[in-house]
Design a protein around this ligand. Structure first.
Ligand code: SF4
Length: 283
């Protein structure tokens, strides 16, 4: 393993950085016990796509905490966790908050979220003392859509569904990501037929070639639950009512035992189309 990269994974003390480690390895690394100091990362110091890819190869065999530690020490406040308050996202927040208690968290309020999501968000906010950066859709296009097509146009066609997800999710997400150097997701490979090939760290070429971290990518649902139980992570109430995947209220239903975890998302659609544009899949 390359020495410089090894340091990034192992979270080495600042003195090591002076020996010519790459600029993208922040000199202000920390440990959970010492408390985190944010790096002064700016866009000019962000890792290049090639450096992210190099680091991704190293982190491929690392733990979720290794991935988060690298992200937090490299990007500081230039990194944020995207949360829908699914158990995966809550576990990622727990892990990250133990490395940096000031970790940034943002959430998309589509206007159609279930009440249980707000309740879970509030529990997370209080437990980890988070300032959740809620993001709302632009008012005018959403109002126009509802006036022209009604409240449930997304049931009528895939185009209409993408139109709604575009306005309520994709545009607000793009707005946030345009200001970040890295974002963190709770994606796992077993969640979808379209997510089988994702690494724990990648270059997000759909969002300006920033870094996209998915620390739980290789974890099973059982591993996520076990971690949550052991670490007393708040659990979204819908998970215990048969919802393995959480989304907008009118587009998510409970699944039957043995059904695919994402069978309850846009259940009226073909499984191959079950993405909302937040995580585009390229063949
Ligand atoms: S999940 Fe449904 S309600 Fe939510 S943005 Fe997409 S189509 Fe609209």
């Amino acid at each position: 393993m390359d020495g410089a990269v090894e340091v990034a994974v192992a979270c080495a003390p600042p003195v090591m950085v002076e020996r010519g480690f790459p600029a993208y390895i922040s000199p202000l690394m920390s440990t959970p016990s010492s408390g985190f100091s944010h790096s002064s990362t700016s866009s000019t110091l962000r890792p290049t796509p090639e450096q992210i890819e190099q680091q991704a190869r190293v982190l491929a065999s690392g733990s979720p905490e290794d991935v988060l530690r690298w992200g937090l020490s490299t990007y500081g406040k230039d990194l944020a966790i995207a949360s829908s308050f699914s158990l995966e996202d809550c576990v990622v927040i727990d892990m990250a908050a133990k490395i940096d208690r000031q970790v940034r968290v943002f959430a998309l309020d589509t206007g159609r979220l279930p009440e249980e999501t707000y309740m879970c968000a509030e529990r997370m906010r209080m437990k980890y003392d988070l300032t959740i950066e809620w993001q709302f859709p632009d008012r005018i296009p959403v109002e126009s859509l509802l006036r022209e097509k009604g409240l449930y146009s997304f049931r009528d066609s895939l185009d209409n569904r993408h139109e709604c997800c575009g306005l309520r999710k994709v545009v607000p997400l793009n707005r946030v990501l345009a200001s970040l150097g890295a974002w963190v997701t709770g994606l796992r490979r077993e969640q979808s037929v379209t997510r089988t090939d994702i690494p724990s760290l990648e270059v997000d070429r759909d969002h300006g070639a920033i870094a996209k971290l998915s620390p739980l990518i290789g974890w099973s649902w059982e591993q996520v639950r076990e971690y949550a139980q052991k670490n007393k992570v708040p659990v979204h109430a819908l998970h215990d009512k048969g919802f393995p995947s959480i989304g907008c209220a009118p587009c998510t239903r409970a699944v039957a035992p043995g059904e695919h975890p994402r069978a309850g998302r846009w259940w009226w659609e073909n499984p191959d189309s079950k993405e909302c544009g937040l995580h585009p899949v390229h063949s």
